[in-house]
Design a protein. Structure first.
Length: 135
């Protein structure tokens, strides 16, 4: 499993940023999947997403300083994937950090997981850019 992390300054208060970090918005900010269904649960939200014949469910939980989610089971492109967005106050706005741990579960994991992490890094950067534009 590989881990990637990106961080960006967002010129908005932590409260404003946290309000914008909804499960649906995060999926849209990342830009790789379309939201197909949203189900609220007692302990969080499940978002069913899809793209090019692939459908998977992402289980979201709110955290004190942000939001986290993980791919449910092995129904998506990854053997395992979990992602966390955290928000901290910084002078003039907020510091938003997105980190993700991914594994494709393929035989040559040193190479395949590196590629998966590279793709996730791009999605996370895209998400933080979209978030900054949105708020």
């Amino acid at each position: 499993m590989r881990e990637v992390e990106v961080s960006a300054f967002v010129p908005a208060s932590p409260v404003t940023v946290e309000r914008a970090l909804t499960p649906t918005a995060v999926v849209e900010y990342e830009g790789s999947f379309e939201v197909r269904d949203v189900t609220d649960r007692d302990d969080g939200t499940t978002v069913t997403v899809g793209a090019r014949g692939l459908t998977m469910r992402l289980d979201f939980e709110e955290r004190e300083d942000g939001l986290c989610y993980r791919q449910r089971g092995e129904e998506g492109p990854f053997e395992a994937m979990e992602t966390e967005f955290s928000v901290a106050a910084e002078e003039g706005g907020s510091r938003v950090t997105a980190s993700s741990r991914v594994s494709l579960g393929l035989p040559v994991s040193a190479l395949s997981d590196r590629v998966a992490a590279w793709k996730r890094r791009g999605e996370l950067r895209r998400a933080l850019d979209a978030l900054a534009e949105d708020v």
